[in-house]
Design a protein around this ligand. Structure first.
Ligand code: EPZ
Length: 419
């Protein structure tokens, strides 16, 4: 397994391009199941999770080709509407194929994703909503065995008791080919949901309300081939902003999604870091002195849970104490004990962390536990005095496109050692 060695204390300078959004490309790959020909995607990042999803689509009998930042998926000759455990267990977002398989092929056998480091992450809300559209859902040996009713899925009124991003995406895809109108209330408003809606519309879907908490989908008979350019990855952009903030220096992000990052920009500015929006780019200027700032994660447009671990790293060198509250996942503080190894002063109280800023962090060996925690450890190591070593960086490669190389190009002293 690879590990990353970081010599901290180096300010960052230069410019870096933000890659395409992981959490847009994953649902877009699932929409290819709905399409009666090839779906061509642009701005595709190089990520392990996307390779896993491509393997899943190939396993179903589809054609999945990825070349540089372009990809083509043709599932018109799909032969096996199923997602096996050995693929789903490594990438929970595989559950996104459930709605499209039911809508296009009337049946699906998809492994339950199981939990992950940050929480139980059930898909009960997905299943309940599909039943409201007439699907029969059985659980058999760890698999969801689903069937659409005679005549196909029927439009329905669906209310999500909890905001669910992939739940909203799954049902939006299912409703696109259902008979009649579907209304989804308490829908997720994440920019990646909106991006997925816009791609479906490009394929001929009739969707309105995307970006709000109420989606209206008029089912159509067929979705045609399309080409779609995915939005930039707002969480990668947020992670790079924190890198410049915590290390100090001046960095320009090429193609930062300003509108999708309003809550993050506001908190980074509260922390005393200068952000200048320069058309599609963002200039980040930091002297390295950080003001302690409180955050509470919320569904979009609130502060994103996927930026909580990275922001906590920044707060470890704050001037006072900050309170960080995680409301989305029940166990998304695995990075706390690792950050403490650098000398961070963090006290846990249930879903709240109190982070008392320290004058200086000191390098140490750490272990990554999940995707965003691995980014958090790298960010803290950039500011730590001396050498840090982060193991199990396969977590990082699942969701970041060569983040270590990007940071190195900005002047960070990072080495990747492959076992
Ligand atoms: C998506 O996960 C993202 N993944 C996650 O990003 C992100 O953290 C999360 O949304 C929240 O923004 C993708 O888009 C591929 P949820 P998802 O359903 O859809 C509970 C990353 O780092 N819930 O919005 O799985 C659930 O347990 C990843 O890129 C149910 O109880 O998250 C959680 O507490 C990590 N039952 C809350 O809702 C359900 O049926 C929100 O989860 C579904 C969800």
């Amino acid at each position: 397994m690879d590990k990353i060695i970081i010599e901290g204390g180096q300010p960052l300078h230069g410019e870096v391009k933000v890659s395409g959004a992981k959490n847009t490309i994953l649902p877009l790959m699932a929409t290819s199941i709905l399409c009666d020909g090839p779906l061509i995607l642009g701005n595709v990042p190089r990520l392990k999770d996307l390779v896993t999803m491509a393997r899943l689509l190939s396993h179903m009998g589809g054609r999945a080709e990825m070349d540089g930042n372009m990809a083509e998926f043709d599932l018109s000759s799909l032969s096996a509407p199923e997602a096996p455990y050995e693929l789903v267990k490594t990438m929970r977002a595989s559950a996104l194929v459930l709605g499209p398989l039911l809508a296009r092929h009337g049946r699906a056998r998809v492994s339950l994703p199981g939990g992950c480091a940050i929480g139980a992450r059930p898909i009960d809300l997905h299943l309940k909503a599909l039943e409201a559209m007439g699907a029969s859902i059985d659980l058999d040996g760890g698999y969801v065995v689903a069937r659409a009713p005679q005549g196909g899925l029927r439009g329905a009124r669906i209310h999500f008791e909890t905001v669910t991003v992939t739940g909203t995406e799954n049902l939006m895809m299912a409703a696109a080919l259902a008979k009649g109108q579907t209304i989804i209330t308490n829908a997720a408003r994440e920019p990646e949901v909106t991006d997925t809606a816009q791609a479906l519309i490009a394929m001929g879907a009739r969707i309105s309300g995307h970006g709000t908490d109420e989606l209206i989908i008029e089912g159509v008979d067929v979705l045609h081939p399309a080409t779609y350019w995915a939005m930039p990855d707002r969480i990668e952009a947020g992670t790079l902003i924190v890198a410049a903030a915590i290390a100090g220096g001046e960095v320009v992000l090429r193609g930062s999604p300003h509108a999708a990052l309003e809550a993050v920009y506001a908190k980074i500015r509260d922390a005393g870091v200068e952000l200048r929006e320069e058309e599609d780019d963002l200039r980040v200027i930091s002297c390295g002195a950080i003001r302690s700032t409180n955050i509470t994660t919320q569904p979009h447009p609130g502060f994103p849970t996927d930026m909580q671990a990275q922001f906590m790293a920044l707060m470890t060198i704050g001037d006072k104490a900050s309170i960080i509250t995680e409301t989305i996942f029940e166990n998304r503080f695995m990075h706390v004990s690792e950050l403490s190894r650098l000398g961070a002063d963090i006290t846990m109280e249930g879903r709240t962390a109190v982070v008392k800023g320290v004058y200086r962090l000191s390098g140490a060996p750490m272990m990554a536990t999940d995707l965003r925690a691995s980014a958090s450890l790298i960010l803290a190591a950039l500011a730590a005095h001396g050498q840090s070593e982060i193991s199990r960086v396969y977590h990082l490669d699942r969701g970041y496109d060569r983040l270590d190389e990007k940071l190195t190009s900005l002047g960070a002293r990072i080495k990747r050692l492959s076992d």
